[in-house]
Ligand binder design. Sequence first.
Ligand code: 13P
Length: 251
Amino acid sequence: MRRPFVAGNWKMNKTVDQASVLVQELLSGLQQFTSVERVLCPPFTSLMLLSAQLKDTGIGLGAQNMHWEGSGAFTGEIAPAMVREFCNYVILGHSERRTYFGETDETVNKKLKAALAVGLTPIVCIGETLTQYEAGETQQVVVRQVLQGFKEIESAAASQIVVAYEPVWAIGTGKAATGEGANMVHKEYIRPALAQLFGSAIAQNIRILYGGSVTGANASEFFGQSDIDGALVGGASLKPDFITIVESAAR
Ligand code: 13P
């Protein structure tokens, strides 16, 4: 079966010193729940220190973005092999990257191929905006994001990918989707689109996380659902509440 997966996306928060303190606060709590794949995704500047701090703890480390090219004249960008020096995971195509930094299904697809090529586990974010949600376009949007974002990926590599369904209207708003609503999107829209690309056996193995205002208080509503395999947590991952979320995934 699919191992539960909980990742904390720290977004643009914490200096190196602050990141180190937060890891110290969370570490022993997180280490108890070994049945859950647990990952922290701090800003790039903290990856080197945290990779040392998390060594042999069972807690994984991820970046929040990367470029698809291997090296060269791309000022301000970080290459896949640079991420791989410190991390086993990378978040790709987060809605904030799509909204503020012009990422598209096409660039997400290039990054996904590059991440797999260096042995990173990609956490690929998809999800509809509020306008699309209100227009009843959720299915159309998430299916397109899967079919375009995951195109030309070998079936053998696909089961390594983690998908995060993050409805944009639920991110940072305190208005989470309902467990049933998110599960319906996972089960009826996203997994069938994955099956269309990779076949149903592989699609059944791919973890699909929910993200958007997940807290210790509402996490169990999501983890009780058949097709919600974990969470990508923003705000609550910066607090001890993150341990409560992981505990809830372990049940
Ligand atoms: P919040 O948990 O703060 O809503 O953020 C979700 C998110 O964007 C995780 O990637």
